[in-house]
Design a protein around this ligand. Sequence first.
Ligand code: ATP
Ligand code: MG
Length: 422
Amino acid sequence: MSKIQSLRGMSDLLPEQSAIWQYLEDKILTVLQSYGYREIRFPILENTELFKRSIGEVTDIVEKEMYTFADRNDESVTLRPEGTAGCVRASEQNGLLYNQIQRLWYRGPMFRYERPQKGRLRQFHQFGAEVFGLQGPDIDAELITMTARLWRDLGISEHLTLQLNSLGTAACRATYREALVVYLSAYKEQLDADSQRRLDTNPLRILDSKSPQTQDILADAPKLDEFLDEESQAHFAQLCGLLDAAGVAYEINHKLVRGLDYYGKTVFEWVTDALGAQGTVCAGGRYDGLVEQLGGKPTPAVGFGLGEERLALLLDAVGAVPDSVGRHLDAYLVAVGDVSTAALLMSEDLRSKCPKLRLQNHCGGGSFKNQLKKADRSGADIALILGEDEAQAGRLTIKYLRQSKDQVTVSLDEAVALLNKA
Ligand code: ATP
Ligand code: MG
């Protein structure tokens, strides 16, 4: 019979890679918690309407990337393509937003029907952070410095640059949009097909068109930053001041618009050139209008999403994965002779008395030589050897596999002391 394969763009994470992911997730979690962020979990499947209304009907995601289908009751449901919409929905529905400040994080799989390539999958994984109820630039600065700290902790700061822009308030975006449309309409025939279509539907997205000809035309187009009102200018200037004070370097990129409709004022991306075309590792911004757009009271909000696949690729590409990450065992118990009961009991006892110990029992028998080879290949530092004599005496032999230390035969208590020290 033929074997069933995974779906295109949905990959399996094998133990060797999942060790890197665990390392990564641990670091991210520690940083998030050190700023007082708390976890929220919400479903992977939501009403299609939620994403249409938040991300925007005329965006790449909603137009062509969503996994949308009718469930058995003929309701249109969608696998979440990102986390912000669901986070807002869940927070609002559960009364977390009204008159409150929330610092939240989430993680998990997201789904987009894209052309799979390195760093671009159909099921990918994000960590997200969202803050509700704060409108000042101080919280934008906190989120960005928090990500900068994460890059430092992961040892990858030098490979990432921060791109920063302000999209202004909804009002100045609307004025700018008109000016841009007037300008671009004169060149409509020369624009790429996507941009022509967007001229009527979502003209701001034309700014990040990949077409060189469109980019040439844009060179003389009106610039968004010239349309920012006082409020938006002040917000952006204060944010830049805070980042300067915190020593977080940034490049202002007036063409950075982001692919989702809900952003306003601050937008940012952390990009690397170590991953080819898929260089954006983390992206976010302010979305003060979204909660209201989804039926809640007006609530300022800001957040970011971080792609775990790309971050894991980056760690690997720049050699930032510590050696210890690949090691999953401290000790390997070799049991020779008729000692399977003693091996079971002794290893259980050791795990109870050495709470941090990662100990694997050989199981399955075999010669001493063979078992020792397995112990060596397991990556463990220590082989614990239990023969019939040792089992009788309640003792075991400690053999150091990576150090030139003599092996010792000790009592269980002595072994506990040695293992807790190691
Ligand atoms: P891109 O421009 O690369 O398509 P995006 O703007 O669509 O990214 P966001 O919606 O901002 O991405 O998502 C935040 C982060 O999630 C991205 O910066 C990236 O790290 C990651 N990401 C987005 N789409 C994918 C994907 N298909 N596969 C893997 N990671 C992804
Ligand atoms: Mg995309």
